[in-house]
Structures are given as structure tokens and as C-alpha cells.
Design a protein around this ligand. Structure first.
Ligand code: LLP
Length: 421
């Protein structure tokens, strides 16, 4: 559920008309709903009620300071994957003891930053990383709390580019080698083993792969405890999918996911962490764009809009589907049309959707891309020298620009001309 609904024939974000935002900030832009962000966080938090837990928002999905602040104020921790994300989390007011650090390529500098600024745990992904973390912790005279990310070799049944839990993926250590790697961790100075981490992929629409992975983790807890390790925390990753089309069958709810976690891991007396990104931010955001031209092709009509693949890359990169809806609600008796919706970038891949059923549209009409809050703005670029589009946050009947569109001058001024030119 989200807070982007038609009211009196117009699309609203909470109590603000999308057309009013467009008139103020220009198009294209991203808009996020505070109420939806809060609601989605709460669903996860409540799903784990009765177990000690922390919901760490995977901020790679949406990392604007204002959004992080909304979630931090609701009680969220953060899952970070870079020094930049760590700094963003801290700047948004998240304390170090609520930040988990994931990722296969943490550098010594990033480790130093987190150990100095405070960290809940590192999710370590390899032996060489463990050796470097040990050395950094010893150098700083501290102990680094760690979990080790195990790769359970289960098929997440999602898009190949976002599946991570098969042995062919670069993530984690094979679960078959876990005992040896935990032994090594226990022997290294400066490390404190506290738990196990697992994440098998993103946009999962079925609980079965999660359950298969978590059952393997449950076995591993018993084995590692028998080996003498203190396993008190399980980080179960993110990955629960969202409905990208209204017509599709809805994926499992956070409450079903929570019940499955309790069933598979509840007896182990562990603190649970989860790292949802998309389910919190995805349906909390729209990308709004304006029609520039309607162009007659030989056998089709193109809706050429002012947003492009540099603003929302998911369709080009993952063949992802985003519903595209008109901001003025179509009349029930509207004349139907079919459009290929495309952007102005000079690549055929700059196509958002083919043969989309829509009402007849004309230049200057506004359209909204649904489910664009996650992996939208954060993956955008200035390809074709198109300045990054602004982000707007709505809260009830108020809205604010939370990242401004740079001017052409600001964009150009980031380049530096060497003195010899
Ligand atoms: N934890 C870890 C260790 C992850 O690698 C990810 C996502 C998450 C949590 C959050 O997953 P979520 O709950 O958002 O599914 N750009 C792609 C998605 C990449 C996901 C990468 N890792 C997309 O647009 O679909």
C-alpha cells in the first residue's frame, strides 16, 4: 500500500497534488511519501515483535538525508556498504551502534572510519577481509564486532543481476567452509565473533528460498555453538520483493516473512537483524515526468518524455517494469492508446515501456512512474549531461525539495581544467 492516490481526478502524494509540485520544481523529479516510508518500516518492526531485533534500512536503495532522518526517527538502524553511506547515516543522526557494514570490498580506510566513529558490526565476506580488519582493529586498540556472511547456495529465483546466494556469486563464504573460517576468526586478534550474516538476493517474491537459507543458518548456529563460538546475533539480509504491477499477485507481506523467521530461527535465542531496502522505499516513491512529444512511428506511437535512462536505469538495466500512469486520472470512457514510452537519450535502450496501454496523451501532460523510490535516484547519473533530477519529500499537506536540481553551471563547474590547457 502507498499514499499515491487519485483524488478528484488528479494524482496526489499524500495531501499534495503532483501537478502542484511539478509547477513549483519543474520536471522530471522524484517524490517520496513520508507516511509510506514510516508505514513500511513499522510493518517490518512489528513483524519481528516478540524477538529482540533491529530493522536496518538498506540505504543503498534510497539514501537522501531527509529520508534517512524519517526512518532514523522511526527507530531504524542502517545497513551501509561504503564509507560514503556510513557518513550519510551518521550525518542523518544514526548512532554507530545501529549501523551494520556490509559489502565484499571494504577498504582499510573504511574500516578505520567505522571503528573510530562507532559500528554495530561488520558483516565480513572473506578471509582476506578478515585479516585486514583484524590488523586495523589491533592498530586502533579496539575489538571489531563481526558476523561472517555465509553463502547458503540457494536459488533466490530472481533476476540474475540481483541474485547473490548461489555459489557462483561473489558474496559471502561457502557455508561448507564456515567452520574453518569461524575458527580462523576466533584466532585472529582484534575480532569479536558475534553472529552469522546471510543475504540471498533482491526482489524475492516467494518465501521458500529465504526459508531454505534460514534453515541452513539455524543448523549452522548449532554447529558453531558446539565448536565453542558465541553466536548471539543473526543478520538475515534484505530482499523481500514488492508488487511492481497492480495486476500482479502480491508478494508475501512482512508479517508472513516475520512469522517464517520466528518459525525457523525463533528457538535459537538470537537477536535478529534484517536489512530491507526496496520494500521500505520502493513504493514510497514516484518519478514524475512530462511528455515532450508524441511521435508517430511506422507501426507505433512514441511518447517521448523528459525523463530518461540516466534518471531511472532499472528498465534498461534489468528489463524492470514500472507502471506508468497519467497524473490526470483517465476518464472511465477514455480513448485508449498504446505507446512506447521513451526518453531523449541517444540509445535505443532508453525505453521505459513498450506498447503501454494509456489514455491518449499530448505534449505537456504529466506521467508518473510508480514504485520508483528504491534504486531510482541513487542509481541516476548525468549521462548526456542531463543534470540530476530533484528529490521532493511530502509530509501530509507539505512538501519540500530535499535535493535540488543543479544548474548547468553547477554541473559544469564540477569539472576542473588543468593549468596547461
Ligand atoms: N542487504 C544486502 C547485503 C544487499 O546486498 C541488499 C541489496 C540489501 C540488503 C537490500 O535488498 P532489498 O531489500 O532492497 O531487496 N539495483 C537493483 C537491486 C540491487 C540490490 C543489491 N543488494 C534493482 O534496482 O533492482
Amino acid at each position: 500500500m502507498d499514499h499515491f492516490l487519485y483524488r478528484d481526478g488528479q494524482l496526489f502524494a499524500e495531501d499534495v497534488a503532483i501537478a502542484d509540485i511539478a509547477a513549483t520544481v519543474g520536471t522530471p523529479f522524484y517524490v517520496y511519501s513520508t507516511a509510506t516510508l514510516q508505514r513500511h518500516f513499522k510493518l517490518f518492526d512489528e513483524a519481528l515483535d516478540g524477538m529482540p531485533h533491529l530493522v536496518c534500512f538498506a540505504m543503498k536503495s534510497l539514501s537522501n538525508q531527509a529520508v534517512l532522518r524519517v526512518l532514523a526517527q522511526a527507530g531504524a538502524g542502517m545497513d551501509v556498504v561504503s564509507g560514503g553511506e556510513y557518513c550519510r547515516a551518521k550525518a542523518a543522526g544514526v548512532s554507530g551502534d545501529k549501523i551494520v557494514f556490509s559489502g565484499v570490498g571494504k577498504t582499510a580506510d573504511e574500516m578505520r572510519m567505522a571503528l573510530t566513529g562507532g559500528i554495530r558490526q561488520f558483516n565480513v565476506e572473506s578471509e582476506p577481509e578478515m585479516v585486514v580488519l583484524s590488523a586495523v582493529a589491533v592498530e586502533l586498540g579496539v575489538e571489531a564486532p563481526i558476523t561472517i556472511r555465509v553463502n547458503p547456495d540457494v536459488d533466490a529465483k530472481t533476476h540474475a543481476k540481483i541474485a547473490t546466494g548461489k555459489s557462483e556469486n561473489k558474496f559471502g563464504i561457502p557455508i561448507s567452509r564456515a567452520r574453518a573460517v569461524y575458527k580462523m576468526a576466533a584466532e585472529l586478534l582484534g575480532l569479536k565473533v558475534i553472529g552469522i550474516d546471510v543475504h540471498i538476493g533482491s526482489q524475492l517474491t516467494d518465501l521458500a528460498p529465504f526459508e531454505a537459507a534460514y534453515l541452513k543458518v539455524a543448523d549452522l548456529v548449532e554447529t558453531l555453538r558446539a565448536d565453542g563460538h558465541k553466536i548471539g546475533r543473526l543478520d538475515l539480509g534484505g530482499g523481500l520483493g514488492i508488487p511492481y504491477t497492480r495486476s500482479n499477485e502480491a508478494p508475501p507481506l512482512p508479517s508472513d516473512y516475520g512469522a517464517m523467521i520466528k518459525r525457523t530461527l525463533g528457538h535459537l535465542d538470537c537477536e535478529i537483524e534484517i536489512e530491507p531496502g526496496r520494500l521500505i522505499s520502493g513504493n514510497a516513491g514516484l518519478m514524475v515526468s512530462k511528455v515532450i512529444y508524441v511521435k508517430e512511428g511506422e507501426d507505433r506511437e512514441f511518447l517521448i518524455i523528459d525523463a530518461a535512462m540516466n534518471d531511472l536505469i532499472r528498465p534498461a538495466m534489468y528489463e524492470a517494469h514500472h507502471d506508468i500512469v497519467p497524473v490526470i486520472e483517465p476518464d472511465v470512457a477514455h480513448t485508449p492508446a498504446k505507446y512506447d514510452v521513451v526518453g531523449p537519450v541517444c540509445e535505443s535502450g532508453d525505453t521505459f515501456g513498450k506498447a503501454r496501454d494509456m489514455p491518449v496523451l499530448a505534449a505537456n501532460d504529466l506521467v508518473a512512474f510508480r514504485s520508483a523510490g528504491a534504486y531510482g535516484a541513487v542509481m541516476s547519473s548525468e549521462y548526456n549531461s542531463r543534470p540530476m533530477i530533484p528529490e521532493v519529500l511530502v509530509n501530509g499537506d507539505q512538501f519540500a525539495v530535499i535535493r535540488a536540481r543543479p544548474t548547468y553551471e553547477e554541473m559544469i563547474d564540477r569539472d576542473i581544467i588543468p593549468q596547461w590547457l
